[in-house]
Design a protein around this ligand. Structure first.
Ligand code: NOJ
Length: 495
């Protein structure tokens, strides 16, 4: 009788926990690292305190409040610069094994150069790292999560090749100062989105409309900067510190809208323009062939004597190729891709170079953000794709999360993480993909770039109207806490 009822419970849970989905009821491997993610600009605040320099995002938002939906900026954000102790206690209560956060470059180097080191900024990160260690939480540290020092932005930012050296210096200093506490580093977070947001339009800092060419220059320079940091770590720190270093790429899972060859080809091209753009140089060497061919061809038809996609020298290809110890993936949603005939020649543009119709299926449940839909198999399909095509040593899901308007009883977020984690578990256990960890976006509600504070991603709610930035647990936080404790997504798991 007991066995029968347990069996019934197990099955009912698998089948009923969500109307149309089957949730995997096996356990995540012991070694799997559950965690949460944030970034400096989005949570720290204290934008000009204790010697911190100005970042290009500070300037961008101070110059024009209409850059965010709610006209608010990140001067205070979640005030984590002051509330870090409380935040580590929340992380501890959540039970995370790993915490992904970023270092604000201008907080430790006010003008971005090693000309002046801001000791108060260094102490902030040292204190945080020590507190994490004391609570048995591993750090996963991102060097660049978009808050470029304003001075370097004025020098040309990610369009100036010399930034590669400046980034190298910042990276070396970070390895030297913090490396004893850090076993996993990320060089650059989402280089594609960083370049598209700030160098192909003005949704993000520095807000340059260089969609024909600047966006490709930015990509090349970010890749060289990533490689520089990787080599510095490899040559000077790996032996003594023994950590891993790689970058984090974002992409939706792009699926053909139909079975037609044209749509299949279009979906693969979409992956290459949005993901291979950065993954190929690092894992294979050089840009994806489809990008080289199409952009060179269109540039020629536009009357240019060279391609708008800047070529790599053989030396650069060799320098960038192989600069990985793992790959970090930020995956939130799926997209359907439909073939379109090539855009007419006339206006040079990254989007026309690629030229597909990309959309979300209207039947997928929508989040509060117009780009984010619930399509849980996207994560399983993506990790399989990345595994087959790029054979990374390890895959780490560096971000995955759901936007709503800030509900405390956030059932839609629970459904999202349950569905995506179930598919991730399938990828690990059924498909044999080596996914080693997951840092959900996000630990707490934070500043969402152009969205301001209008879309919330956190397991912990933050009251951005209270001077104290009061933190409150959401239902999803309690759910995730249990997932971490049991390594299991449903109430009754089998081993
Ligand atoms: C990816 C970015 O890394 C992060 O900064 C952002 O807030 C989330 N996506 C959600 O949009």
């Amino acid at each position: 009788m007991r066995i029968l009822s347990v069996t019934f419970l197990v099955f009912s849970e698998i089948l009923i926990s969500s109307q149309d989905e089957v949730i995997n009821n096996r356990r995540f491997p012991e070694s799997f690292k559950f965690g949460v993610a944030t970034s400096a600009f989005q949570i720290e605040g204290a934008w000009n305190e204790d010697g911190k320099g100005e970042s290009m995002w500070d300037r961008f938002l101070h110059n024009n409040s209409s850059k965010t939906l709610d006209r608010r900026n990140a001067d205070v954000a979640c005030d984590s610069y002051h509330k870090w102790r409380e935040d580590v206690q929340l992380l501890k209560e959540l039970g995370v094994k790993i915490y992904r956060f970023s270092i604000s470059w201008p907080r430790i180097l006010p003008d971005g150069t090693t000309n002046k080191i801001n000791q108060a900024g260094v102490d902030y990160y040292l204190n945080l790292l020590k507190e994490l260690k004391a609570n048995n939480i591993e750090p996963l540290v991102t060097l660049y999560h978009w808050d470029l020092p304003q001075h370097l932005s004025e020098l040309g930012g990610w369009l100036n090749p010399q930034i590669v050296d400046y980034f190298g210096e910042f990276a070396r200093l970070s390895f030297r100062l913090f490396g004893d506490y850090v076993r996993q580093w990320t060089t650059v977070n989402e280089p594609k989105t960083a370049c598209l947001l700030g160098y192909a339009n003005d949704y993000g800092a520095p807000g340059l409309w260089l969609v024909a060419d600047g966006v490709y220059q930015c990509a090349k320079i970010q890749l060289l900067a990533h490689a520089k940091a990787w080599h510095i770590y490899d040559d000077e720190f790996r032996a003594s510190q023994g950590g891993k270093i790689g970058f984090v790429l974002d992409t939706p899972w792009n699926e053909p809208a139909s079975d037609s060859d044209l749509d299949r080809e279009a979906a693969e091209r979409e992956m290459q323009f949005g993901f291979g753009w950065f993954a190929n140089p690092v894992f294979i060497g050089d840009w994806p062939q489809v990008m080289k061919d199409r952009i060179a061809n269109r540039s020629k038809l536009e009357g240019l004597g060279f391609s708008r996609l800047p070529e790599f020298t053989q030396k650069e290809i060799d320098y960038i190729n192989g600069t990985h110890d793992y790959i970090g993936l930020n995956i939130y949603t799926g997209k359907l891709v439909e073939y379109l005939p090539d855009y007419e020649i006339g206006t040079p543009n990254y989007n026309f170079d690629n030229g597909n119709n990309v959309y979300c299926d209207p039947s997928w449940p929508a989040s509060s953000s117009d780009w984010l839909f619930y399509y849980p198999s996207s994560i399983r399909k993506l990790v399989n794709y990345v595994n087959e095509k790029y054979s990374p040593e390890e895959i780490f899901i560096a971000e995955n999360g759901w936007a709503d308007h800030g509900e405390i009883d956030d059932q839609s977020r629970i459904r999202y993480h349950k569905g995506y984690l179930s598919n991730l578990l399938d990828a690990i256990l059924e498909d044999g993909v080596n996914v080693v960890g997951y840092t959900a976006w996000s630990f707490m509600d934070n500043f969402g770039w152009g969205a301001g504070y209008t879309h919330r991603f956190g397991f912990i709610s933050v009251d951005h109207d209270s001077p104290n930035r009061t933190r409150t647990w959401k239902s999803s936080g309690r759910y995730y806490q249990k997932v971490i404790r049991t390594r299991c997504l449903v109430d009754t798991c089998v081993d």
